[in-house]
Design a protein around this ligand. Structure first.
Ligand code: GDP
Ligand code: MN
Length: 344
């Protein structure tokens, strides 16, 4: 408590809003960042910002994972800024390795094709580490021993920024509404990164006897599936800001589908992103009402910004972003489409 009394504002959920939560009131939840040692200074900016805008009121833990060991400077500087417990883990080498079934020559050939594309080269076309990252974030992060301990996670990336106060316990909000997943930005995927992804999703559904999920009105199939062309509409939740119920990711339903897709080796032969893979799975397995768009959050991951436009909200939450730059209603955002389906 700093003694300064700013203008006060009654939030809709006063029971969740307090500047001094005691430990017992916290959810079993953690912030989570996958990064490298050399992300340190972008990361510190982001941690300071998330602490100021949210975690300084609640002191949630923060789990950091890396495919290599974190160095001492990283651990010291990060621990100094996180107001909860900062925890550092290394990823199991098996979760950051080429699968034994992968044909490396075929992968290299496909990378060369992506690089020689005359219509423009796909971002990260030739990055192997990016492919490991996308695969890890699709099917392995929730199996790490440090994340096993928690029910909810909130993913954060080095360099992202919050622009409005989050003065309520966002994890308690997830729990109170039984949300399984929450996101801020959503966007269309580059078709070139996932040429065969949807075909494999359909193959899986057929094999598993679950084709009906594509035409189900009670899930989010319409967020990702275009029935008139029988194809993936390229919409996905941007995973750089997401909150989720780890039990959903640990469920058999999720993992069966992930493992089938993983066996096709599209993370390597193509350049499947974790966002389209997970958005397809989650949209099919979650029921309406379980996915929440965090419309009240000001948030930027370059080059896109979600910025609340409602004047009262902006004042109450001390937003510092430019509402004219809000991405929500852009033609290649999918958030307006999500809202239409969600009936909000
Ligand atoms: P983009 O958002 O799709 O452009 O991808 P990023 O470069 O931001 O990577 C996504 C997340 O994975 C970020 O949190 C990165 O810090 C992390 N990341 C990406 N590549 C690696 C890697 O090779 N090793 C580790 N440890 N983290 C990585
Ligand atoms: Mn990023």
């Amino acid at each position: 408590q700093n003694g300064f009394m700013g203008p006060s504002f009654q939030t809709p959920e006063p029971e969740l809003t307090t500047s001094a939560k005691s430990q017992q009131d916290l959810q079993n939840a953690t912030l989570y960042t996958l990064c490298r040692n050399n992300d340190l200074y972008d990361l510190l900016e982001t941690i300071q910002n998330y602490e100021d805008r949210f975690n300084g009121r609640f002191h949630y833990d923060w789990v950091f994972l890396n495919d290599k060991p974190f160095d001492d400077r990283f651990k010291l500087e990060v621990s100094n800024l996180v107001s909860g417990k900062a925890r550092f883990g290394q990823i199991d080498a098996q979760h950051w390795q080429f699968p034994s079934s992968l044909n490396r020559t075929l992968m290299e050939e496909n990378i060369q094709k992506l690089l020689s594309d005359e219509d423009g080269v796909l971002p990260y076309a030739d990055s192997v580490s990016y492919r490991h990252m996308c695969r890890f974030e699709s099917g392995f992060f929730y199996r790490h021993p440090l994340l096993q301990e928690y029910k909810y996670f909130w993913r954060v990336e080095p360099g992202v920024k919050l622009y409005c106060d989050i003065d309520y316990d966002i994890f308690a909000h997830m729990n109170a509404h039984k949300y399984a997943y929450a996101f801020a930005l959503s966007i269309l995927e580059y078709p070139k990164s996932i040429p065969s992804l949807f075909r494999h999703v359909k193959d899986y559904l057929l094999l598993a006897g679950k084709e009906a999920l594509l035409h189900d009105e009670s899930n989010y199939s319409r967020f990702v599936y275009d029935g008139t062309t029988d194809s993936y509409n390229l919409c996905h939740f941007w995973t750089n800001l997401e909150l989720g119920d780890l039990d959903v990711f640990r469920s058999q339903e999720y993992n069966e589908m992930f493992e089938y897709l993983d066996r096709q080796n599209g993370f390597f032969y193509e350049r499947w992103g974790d966002a389209p893979v997970r958005s397809l799975i989650l949209s099919l397995i979650l029921k309406k009402g379980q996915i929440h768009r965090l419309a009240d959050i000001g948030y930027k991951h370059e080059p896109y910004l979600q910025c609340p436009t409602d004047a009262a909200l902006r004042r109450a939450k001390k937003c510092s972003c430019n509402p004219d730059m809000d991405f929500t209603h852009n033609w290649y955002s999918c958030s307006w489409w999500f809202d239409r389906l969600d009936g909000s």
